[in-house]
Design a protein around this ligand. Structure first.
Ligand code: UDP
Length: 478
């Protein structure tokens, strides 16, 4: 008897080994497994060890017998911080250590075993576009998954044009508030200061800048491009991308698709966390004690590092705002040692709750949350949009500068605080978000949340695009 078509499809998913990328690519893995595809999820040794330490990964993913975990070194020592300010080290080590190892694994057919058919498709993080060449050599189609916003991807795509047009590099004479003319579709709001952080390099040979230019241009030779966004959110950027990339799958927000599809599948549950730090659930008990929409949730994601001065400005601003706050302060996320000043001790004790890592999706969905002070990481942005929580955006690096501009200026669901870190401004923005301007934000966040839900539910744009992706993968044969 013929095996069902899906059983012959086997996808290798390989995320760039950092929290945000692993989170959304694991969600895609579950969605594909749910459709009967075999999925090998390739983690760096470092990430996998942490998942084993801080999650019940083997228990919670047992419901997918066709999901297999494999590991590969990322080439960095265990004590390397792997933070945003050092991300180029990770790019470099993956290029020199991981890439040849992956090639060896694929040639040796390491991932096709008795229970797994040969690989029929490779989905890797778009920043690791070297897999396109490997896939071509082995005759396996490669689809790239960019975990950033479509608008940031499009800005990356336009970098050669920005350079040719003289809008980059930024020099001492550049006016950071000038609107850019070379990012089609975004001319009315994108300023020099809103370009992704890599564009701030004064030298065009900068490794980070060259890497993003090259990875983005390479996308054209991939079999397709997946973006964790939805058409109703980033229409203008997507309209431009489609002119340049033939197979585009916008399937986000993935965490919402997972919720939506699992809800219709008796026996499956939304798997628990993929956190690389231990989630401190005591913050949920604390939130339970707080009034409706009163709390500002503060988190700068998994890669941001604050200086002591910045930490102090945030603390003063939060305490002085008089609003309750829940703050995630990751171990080693403040570059220097600090002590809470005497005059803030009482206010912090009374109104603040600090944890090292929180169950963020659950926190954002809690009725006590009134706002999110965020670094505008793309996952955090989508999670906040879905829960209808307005944001104060303090972008740190990568796509975050673009995302914060979209939130503040285009979607009007938050306040963009980029390039300042001042206690008076922080205090004012917290009060504006939670109190003074709350009705204005409630209107736009409610609308956006509705659109996010709609796109991910049956017949919605992202829902249909995911179906198309699954269908296309099932047609691939080795
Ligand atoms: N996150 C979490 N708990 C925290 C802080 C963050 O679970 O205390 C999750 C968050 O829900 C998101 C991811 O970590 O899915 C961070 O990804 P994002 O793209 O927002 O930022 P990055 O960490 O990549 O800078």
């Amino acid at each position: 008897m013929d095996q069902p078509t899906s059983c012959l499809s086997h996808v290798l998913i390989f995320p760039f080994p950092v929290q945000g990328h692993v989170n959304c690519m694991l969600k895609l893995a579950q969605l594909l497994c749910r459709e009967g595809l075999h999925v090998t999820f390739l983690n760096s040794d470092f990430i996998h060890r942490r998942l084993l330490s801080y999650t019940d990964i083997h228990l919670s993913y047992k419901q997918y017998p066709n999901l297999y975990f494999e590991t590969i070194p990322d080439g960095l020592s265990d004590d390397h911080p792997r933070t945003g300010d050092r991300v180029v080290d990770l790019f470099n080590s993956i290029d020199t250590i991981t890439k040849p190892l992956l090639m060896e694994m694929l040639i040796a057919r390491r991932f096709s075993t008795l229970d797994r058919p040969p690989l029929t498709c490779i989905i890797t993080d778009g920043i690791m576009c070297f897999t396109i060449d490997i896939g071509r050599e082995l005759n396996i189609p490669t689809i790239l998954f960019r975990t950033i916003s479509a608008s940031c991807f499009w800005a990356f795509f336009c970098l050669p044009r920005l350079i040719e047009g003289g809008e980059l590099p930024i020099t001492g004479q550049s006016d950071m508030d000038t609107l850019l003319t070379n990012v089609a579709g975004m001319e009315s709001f994108l300023r020099l200061r809103d370009l992704p952080s890599f564009c701030r390099a004064s030298d065009l040979t900068d490794r980070g800048l060259q890497l993003v230019i090259s990875a983005t241009q390479h996308t054209k030779s991939a079999h397709g491009l997946i973006l964790n966004t939805f058409e109703e959110l980033e229409g203008p950027a997507l309209a431009q991308i489609t002119k340049n990339i033939s197979k585009l799958y916008t399937i986000g927000p993935l965490h919402v698709q997972l919720k939506a599809r699992v809800a219709t599948n008796i026996g499956l549950t939304c798997t628990s966390s993929s956190s690389l730090w231990e989630e401190d659930r005591s913050c949920i008990d604390w939130l339970d004690q707080q009034p409706f929409k009163s709390v500002i949730y503060v988190s700068f994601g998994s890669m941001t590092v604050l200086t002591r001065d910045q930490f102090m400005e945030f603390l003063h601003g939060l305490v002085n705002s008089g609003k309750p706050f829940l703050w995630v302060v990751r171990p080693k996320s403040v570059a220097e040692d600090y002590q809470i000043p005497e005059e803030l001790l009482e206010g912090t004790r009374q109104r603040g709750y600090i944890v090292e890592w929180a169950p963020q999706e659950e926190v954002l969905g809690h009725p006590a949350i009134g706002g999110f002070l965020t670094h505008s990481g793309w996952n955090s942005t989508l999670e906040s949009i879905y829960e209808g929580v307005p944001m104060i955006c303090w972008p740190f690096y990568a796509d975050q500068q673009v995302n914060s501009r979209l939130a503040g200026e285009v979607w009007k669901i938050g306040l963009d605080m980029k390039d300042t870190c001042d206690r008076v401004i922080i205090e004012k923005m917290v009060k504006d978000l939670i109190e003074t301007r709350k009705d204005e934000f409630a209107k736009s966040t409610r609308l956006m949340a509705k659109l996010a839900r709609k796109s991910a539910s049956e017949n919605g744009s992202s829902y249909c695009n995911l179906d198309r992706l699954i269908k296309d993968i099932k047609l691939m044969r080795n």
